[in-house]
Write a protein that binds this ligand. Structure first.
Ligand code: CMC
Length: 378
């Protein structure tokens, strides 16, 4: 039994030059750059370049990348129709899986070292179109294709809400896209890697990753964390809620805890700053931020000794809510950003480290039995 690592804990399945995590000291770096530094000084497009080409772009390279993204927002009408054919109450990630399945049947090309990176860039652009239209379909609004702009975040927000976003909103969305872009090999990226290892196409890898992301222990946690704040309703009810739900009923505190971080998740610190700033714009958002602060305090008081602290999903919901997104979209926003990490990892794997992922299961059933024909089995 000692050969089994439950949950593949501490199993290394690839090398990577993409993301470095020091879980004991709360450090996260993409390609050697601290996450704070990237959020402060770069855009999501620059991070796309970093992840796919190994370094931050020059001005010319950045302009070229932005043009490629702007030219790839278009998706076939049949895929838009597929999204809109689903019931409005459908799960948003389920709708994205459906759209990406449809895209895989159209764009599911063979792996090619000369074109993989361009395929990833097109896929990321199309993810923006899919995500905006999932929101619009669920809200009963007409479909849109994001328009070209100087910023991926700006094009996405404009398409989602059919209005011009403010610079603060664009900056917050851009920060969220950077913060969720990659996190080494969590469940969703591992699902993408397993799929890529069979040399299935890049869009199918994203379908597999979306399916894994959806669960509340992974990407679904931002929605679950925010639902706690909604349930609490008023800041002064926080202590009573915490006592009943977390201390007495022993429910998991969503948005807390991490397999790798044994201290405060560095992404949560940055999301907290943006949540504070953006939530000032509305009384409701401000209230949920206040509730989140109180839950955070009580959570740290209770769980710090077990090294359980806020993770990235704890405050991100307050940012997304303040931007105007419904709670049901939070996981999809995570997915939009993570298409970068998924594609960058599968490219790294297929191009440089490819081997079919085929683990074993240790058999523990009866060793050998004879079949008794059905008529004699009683
Ligand atoms: N609330 C209460 N107790 C917790 C929590 C939590 N959020 N997280 C872990 N624990 C306890 C757990 O009960 C267990 O206690 P004991 O040893 O006494 O039985 C111990 O900590 C270890 O838990 P585990 O589930 O075996 O550890 P793990 O490494 O699998 O945990 C986790 C990682 C993310 C599944 C877990 O912390 C969790 O369920 N958190 C809540 C959901 C969440 O916020 N997920 C987002 C993760 S980060 C972003 C992402 O991946 O999308």
């Amino acid at each position: 039994m000692s050969q089994i690592s439950r949950g593949l804990e501490n199993v290394f399945i690839k090398t990577t030059a993409l993301t470095y995590i020091d879980g004991d000291n709360g450090i996260l770096r993409y390609g050697g750059f601290d996450i704070d530094d990237l959020v402060e000084h770069t855009s999501f497009e620059e991070v796309i370049h970093l992840m796919l080409y190994g370094d931050l772009p020059t001005k010319v390279q950045l302009q070229r990348l932005k043009t490629s993204l702007n030219e790839a927002y278009e998706i076939p009408q049949q895929v838009i129709d597929t999204i809109y054919s689903l019931p409005r109450e459908s799960d948003a990630i389920g709708m994205m899986e459906t759209a990406f399945s449809a895209l895989s049947s159209i764009y599911g090309e063979m792996w090619n070292k000369n074109t993989n990176k361009e395929t990833a860039i097109k896929l990321i652009a199309k993810a923006s179109t899919v995500t905006a239209n999932v929101l619009r379909a669920k809200e009963g609004k007409k479909p849109v294709i994001p328009e070209s702009s100087d910023s991926f975040a700006r094009s996405f927000l404009s398409a989602s809400f059919a209005r011009t976003p403010t610079n603060d909103e664009v900056k917050a969305m851009d920060a969220a896209l950077i913060l969720y872009a990659d996190h080494e090999v969590p469940a969703s990226t591992t699902a993408a890697l397993v799929t890529s290892s069979t040399l299935s196409d890049m869009y199918s890898c994203v379908v597999a990753a979306l399916a894994a992301l959806k669960g509340p222990l992974h990407g679904g946690a931002a929605e679950e964390a925010f639902k706690q704040f909604l349930e609490i309703g008023e800041p002064e009810r926080t202590e009573e809620w915490f006592k009943k739900k977390i201390l007495e009923e022993k429910s998991r505190l969503m948005g807390f805890g991490h397999r790798v971080y044994k201290t405060y998740d560095p992404r949560a610190k940055i999301f907290k700053r943006y949540a504070q700033k953006l939530s000032e714009r509305s009384n409701e958002a401000r209230k949920y931020f206040e509730i989140a602060l109180k839950v955070e305090e009580l959570g740290i008081e209770k769980f710090a000794e077990k090294h359980i602290y806020p993770n990235t999903d704890f405050f991100s919901g307050v940012v997304f809510y303040s931007l105007g997104f419904p709670v049901y979209m939070f996981t999809s926003l995570f997915a939009l950003s993570r298409t970068l990490g998924w594609t960058a990892h599968v490219i790294e794997y297929v191009e440089d480290q490819h081997r079919l992922i085929r683990p074993r299961a240790l058999y523990i059933g009866p060793l050998k039995r004879e079949v008794i024909p059905i008529e004699l089995r009683g």
